[in-house]
Design a protein around this ligand. Sequence first.
Ligand SMILES: [Zn+2]
Length: 173
Amino acid sequence: MTDSCCCPPEAGNAVCELPAQNFQRPPRAANVCPECGKTAKPIQGQTVKALLSVSLREVRDADYLFCRTQTCSVVYFSPDDARVFTVEQVRERVYQKEPDRDDVFVCYCFRHTVGHIRTTTPETRVAIVDDINIGINAGQCACDLRNPQGSCCLGNVRGLIKRVEASAVVMAH
Ligand SMILES: [Zn+2]
């Protein structure tokens, strides 16, 4: 199990957080969320356009960033623009904002919810990660258009599984 991103373009590899070869990250100077002050991650314009529920007449052609802070209502914003888009203006519930809600997707392309990952068996969790990998390698994902973070969900799925299994160990003692 490697933590590097070897995903195809439709998995949003251009903005993936995982280390990728041959990809220069843009400078992080102004990448701070105007609401929570935390560093946000660059996101492709097509992700913002695909995920917003507002008229795209309100979306300027600018560089957008994605705020991952759980307690912050801002999802997308542009450093060059006063405009911010909050959770109410996004068509999907955002995993980073509600990571413990059972009906929120953690994998948007192949539709795995937090609740399913949490309640299923450890064997099925392994099978889900394998299935996501197979889907990505087969070019069946569209993380740049379906996942609000605009890149592949594997890091989130693995992180969620670790959290679920750690809390199961705590509860068993
Ligand atoms: Zn924020």
